[in-house]
Design a protein around this ligand. Structure first.
Ligand code: ATP
Ligand code: MG
Length: 403
């Protein structure tokens, strides 16, 4: 026998009461382009349950993609049986055998039956007993353990058939991308900002990303790195637009006119002004950064205060309280780490002064900016911004250690 269905469980979405349908539709829309890569499969929805019907496709590559999609709590790979006890027993035995992968080693198991279709004459408790007995009679080296079984055979009797699963896989959790409005991620190519983008997406936002680059001081490869990071993030559902902003002229002007110790502060203020402008054009309601308190000179509260003063748009900082090691762990898990550590310089590292001010004063920053034509510099940078789009359908992203 081959697995023929993947049951999709939502968890948090189910808690959303009247919004449930909206969230479900959004999840469905995020899953469809991914499933398109597997031409035989269908996505079905029967009474509050979504299934992927495999129609002969292998389940592993599909699970690998769906594991990334936010809004899916868990998935069960299942076999379908007709709604009669004999068929259910037969298929349950197959599910158990498949979970044992042909091995005869001693294992413990339990059956968890749920009768969702109340017209089915055998209730859940009776089913547990009938199926448990059948499995014990027809297998070797098998015993029951209701608390910590090696294998749980889950049985759900529904009006359209009985679904039997012995293989459960955790999903990415969170909310489906597109269910919480749009935000603009400042994406640097470092380790932190992709993780910040990932965590924001997990709460259901649609992400757009903005990257500042400074050719010829930064290379094409540095830009490629950011494109690759965006592609990895896009695998979690929904398209991501990446805005690439030319930043060379602004950095040269800052270098020329601003004292070294304030150059980093002014550079960040310019970045934030541009991010705000593009966010407004694209109707994004917040800006996300990879800042974490105390990590580097620009990330003290004094510094954040002076930089933040250029905008009223909310700035979300999902990593604010995290240690670097915690951030690195997530980066590894979501496959952005290896891309982030590629050795190409980004614009900030190249122009970074030897001793940036760790407690820059707002009035001094404003005073130094008098020697720059702030409006024109911003206008020109926004004008020359290019936009690229990445989709889940084309993303080659995957999680480490899937099974
Ligand atoms: P990251 O690992 O994300 O690069 P970082 O630890 O290097 O962060 P900073 O250099 O202080 O920290 O940058 C703080 C935040 O500013 C970044 O997380 C990112 O959101 C934004 N940022 C920095 N450089 C750029 C850039 N070139 N383009 C877009 N955003 C940037
Ligand atoms: Mg960085």
């Amino acid at each position: 026998m081959e697995y023929d269905h993947i049951l999709i469980r939502y968890g948090e979405i189910a808690l959303k009461g009247k919004n449930r349908r909206v969230f479900e539709d959004r999840l469905r829309r995020n899953m469809l382009p991914i499933l398109k890569q597997f031409p035989k499969v269908e996505l079905k929805r029967v009474y509050n349950q979504m299934y992927v019907v495999l129609n002969g496709e292998q389940y592993e590559p599909i699970i690998e993609k769906l594991k990334l999609v936010f809004g899916i709590q868990s998935m069960s790979v299942a076999l379908r049986a007709e709604n009669d006890v004999e068929s259910i027993q037969k298929v349950a035995l197959s599910a158990l055998t498949m979970a044992r992968k042909g091995s005869n080693q001693a294992v413990t198991f339990k059956v968890s039956a749920r009768r969702k279709d109340k017209t089915f004459p055998t209730d859940s408790q009776q089913l547990n007993q009938l199926l448990g007995a059948h499995l014990l009679q027809n297998s070797e080296n098998l015993s029951v353990d209701v608390h910590h079984p090696d294998i749980e055979v889950r049985v759900e009797v529904k009006s359209d058939g009985t679904y039997i699963s012995s293989l459960q896989i955790n999903g990415a959790g969170g909310l489906p991308v597109g269910s919480s409005g749009k935000v603009m991620l400042m994406l640097s190519g470092g380790i932190d900002s992709p993780v910040a983008g990932y965590l924001a997406m997990k709460r259901g936002v649609t992400l757009e990303a903005i990257h500042f680059h400074s050719p010829p001081y930064t290379s094409e490869r540095a830009k490629q790195k950011v494109e690759d990071l965006t592609e990895v993030l896009a695998a979690h559902g929904g398209n991501i637009r990446l805005h690439i902003v030319p930043f060379t002229v602004i950095q040269q002007e800052i270098k020329k006119h601003v004292p070294d110790e304030y150059s980093m502060t002014i550079m960040r203020r310019m970045m934030l002004r541009i991010a705000e402008k593009i966010a407004k054009q694209r109707k994004a309601l917040a800006i996300v950064t990879g800042e974490s308190l105390g990590q580097v000179a620009s990330q003290t509260v004094e510094s954040m205060h002076t930089i933040n003063a250029v905008t009223n748009v909310p700035i979300l900082r999902p990593l604010i309280s995290m240690d670097k090691l915690e951030i690195v762990d997530i980066a590894k898990q979501i496959s952005t780490y290896d891309i982030s550590i590629r050795p190409y310089e980004d614009c900030c590292t190249i122009f970074l002064p030897a001793h940036p001010k760790t407690k820059p004063k707002l009035d001094r920053a404003i005073a130094f900016e008098q020697s720059l034509d702030v409006d024109e510099l911003i206008h020109d940078a926004v004008e020359q911004t290019e936009m690229l789009t990445f989709s889940a359908q084309t993303s080659k992203a995957h999680y480490e250690e899937l099974f």
